[in-house]
Design a protein around this ligand. Structure first.
Ligand code: AGP
Length: 607
């Protein structure tokens, strides 16, 4: 989940590398670095912390060279330090790496026994050292790289440059994403299309366990046995991946505010002009023949699966197993030939979710990838893609992708229910109408941001916060807690409201705010009982409910937030808004780095 970039250019590589790294900073921001080849030597600049530190350094000490590599790091092996920052250079080779080398201890011990020394704690320096040894033995860059690749276990995307070669860059991937960009008289390679968007709109996705040799006017692709291959070129709409804050202080705030428009766009694309029937991509999952669905994802995307389970089981009468992707393939799940597998991922690159997808494919399940990035590895490997159409999401805390995942999953549920003859066409139309009320209702919530700001001025003083809810809102309690932890660093947990009394209620006192999502639905009364249990123990409750819910509540809550009334089908989508805004404004109150919270990265491409 580091970001890598390589350029074989026709003018100074430094500005383009930095521009690409700015786009890749979402993948990690513990340190960054750049290396170029100039006058037959490799020059490097590296800095700890955000990319701004590297830029300052380069302002003072720019580097020459038309061929170069760059890196933004999310630490795996070794703390964020100058020694551990990429590019790593040993002898006549320098490289950048995204991934984890699983056999690095063995390789390192072997190299140490042969007299090599190391200056960093990283697995990456081991790759550089191995490759350097082969170059010294007389191998060409090409031979040395292939030989190195065949000795690595684990996941990697790599870019190599070589001291005596100012027109060859070699990049390789196994497990981690890599894309080549075609320019005019210059070639690029990077972790994703976003990094290359301002450089070119012609891309080739590097295949699994393939490497590519780039000069400034061509790219030759090979597998690790050196067999040449010819992957296809694709053209992207660069504007669709170019990103800016559009006047907002943070990407997260911009993305929260984009939800009415992206949801409306996504829904329009799933329903056609008459809005009566869900019309999904041409190849549809065959839900009528499925006996169950297994859903896997990580983090926020996993909570979207939790909501979808309620919908699939209630509306389409299709049993659903949900698994955290990092656990799924290790628990020996039971399935049949008729089990369908759905993975959900904003990036489409999350290593654990990708491994779950591959596990399901190997077991011959029909696979559906619900993804935002339509060019991602998951999108390319799944049998069916369900695009969520949220547009590029930059903030590490997922917001619009979550609500768009829910809208996409709700549409799949309706499609499944129709195929399985569990809903009539008028019922389907009614569900669709409810979905179409979302943009308006979300706007209503957004108009009340000031109330949330007031609440957060107090809320952000807490050290621990609990979120509670019931039914299909329970996953929103989990999501609210994750969002708050992630960007405000306040400890928070989400619980099913009825579960509090089985342990967590021991935490309650007047310093632990309890945020309760309780729309006036069939579970309202039961949730209210749980709120009273909290109040009776001196707890301070923030009640988030609709007008009826707030009016019917008798008791002393610390604060309340009125939500628009909505059908219970869409309430898990609408209640994402207060969850997001409470986290956002608590983080603002605490002065944390909202878009790039500590220790995290947007796309987690390591297991
Ligand atoms: C969400 O706010 C998180 N940053 C994180 O939990 C994220 O949802 C998770 O890493 C999964 O990412 P994906 O959707 O790209 O697979």
């Amino acid at each position: 989940m580091c970001g890598i970039i390589g350029i074989v250019g026709k003018s100074s590589a430094q500005p383009s590398i930095i521009e690409a790294l700015e786009k890749l900073e979402y993948r990690g921001y513990d340190s960054s670095g750049i290396a170029t080849v100039s006058d037959n030597s490799i020059i490097r600049r590296r800095a700890v912390g955000k990319l701004s530190s590297l830029k300052e350094l380069l302002n003072k000490k720019p580097i020459k060279g038309e061929i170069g590599i760059g890196h933004t790091r999310w630490a795996t092996h070794g703390a964020p330090s100058l020694e551990n920052a990429h590019p790593h250079k040993v002898g006549k080779v320098a490289l950048v790496h995204n991934g984890i080398i699983e056999n690095f201890h063995e390789l390192r011990s072997q190299l140490i026994s042969e007299g090599q020394t190391f200056v960093s704690d990283t697995d990456t320096e081991v790759i550089a050292s191995f490759c350097s040894k082969l170059l010294e033995s007389g191998m060409s860059p090409d031979e040395a790289v292939v030989n190195t690749l065949n000795n690595l276990e684990g996941a990697f995307a790599l870019c190599f440059i070589f001291e005596d070669y100012d027109n060859i860059l070699i990049a390789a991937r196994k497990g981690s994403p890599l894309v080549v960009g075609w320019g005019s008289g210059e070639m690029f390679v990077g972790s994703d299309a976003i990094a290359l968007a301002s450089l070119t709109n012609q891309l080739t996705y590097v295949g699994e366990a393939n490497y590519v040799v780039l000069s400034n006017n061509e790219a030759k692709f090979f597998d690790f046995q050196k067999k040449e291959i010819t992957p296809e070129k694709v053209f992207i709409n660069s504007e669709s991946v170019l990103i800016s804050k559009n006047g907002y202080r943070h990407f997260m705030h911009k993305e929260i505010n984009e939800q009415p428009s992206v949801i409306s766009y996504a829904l329009g694309s799933y329903t056609g002009s008459d809005r009566k029937k869900i019309t999904l991509p041409s190849q549809l999952p065959n839900f009528s023949e499925m006996d169950r669905i297994t859903m896997t994802a990580c983090g926020t995307a996993f909570f979207a699966c939790n909501v979808a389970k309620y919908w699939f089981e209630k509306i389409s009468e299709l049993p659903v197993d949900i698994d955290i992707a990092s656990e799924y393939r290790y628990r020996e799940p039971i399935f049949s030939k008729s089990t369908g597998a759905i993975v959900v991922s904003q990036s489409g690159e999350t290593a654990d979710t990708l491994a779950a997808l591959r596990f399901a494919k190997n077991k011959a399940m029909q696979t559906v990838a619900v993804v935002n990035s339509e060019n991602s590895t998951m999108a390319r490997e799944a049998d069916i893609i369900m695009p969520i159409r949220a547009g590029v999401e930059v903030g590490v805390a997922s917001t619009k992708a979550f609500t768009c995942q829910l809208v996409a999953l709700a549409s799949l549920v309706l499609d499944a229910a129709r195929q399985r003859k569990k809903i009539s066409s008028s019922e389907e139309e009614e569900f669709i109408e409810h979905l179409f009320t979302l943009p308006r209702l979300i706007n209503e919530v957004l108009l009340k941001e000031n109330e949330i700001i007031n609440i957060c001025s107090e809320l952000a003083k807490a050290q621990d916060i609990l979120f509670i809810a019931r039914g299909s809102l329970y996953p929103l309690a989990l999501e609210g807690a994750l969002k708050l932890k992630e960007i405000s660093y306040i400890h928070a947990e989400g619980y099913a409201a009825g579960e509090l009394k089985h342990g967590p209620i021991a935490l309650i006192d007047n310093r632990v705010p309890v945020i309760c999502f309780a729309p006036s639905n069939i579970l309202y009364e039961k949730t209210v009982s749980n709120i009273h249990e909290v109040i009776a123990r001196g707890g301070k409750v923030l009640l988030v409910s609709d007008r009826k819910g707030l009016k019917d509540f008798s008791g002393d809550v610390w604060a309340s937030f009125e939500m628009p009334e909505c059908d219970s089908f869409i309430s898990p989508i609408l209640y994402a808004l207060p969850a997001q805004l409470l986290a956002y404004y608590s983080a603002i109150e605490k002065g944390t780095d909202v878009d790039q919270p500590r220790n995290l990265a947007k796309s987690v491409t390591v297991e």
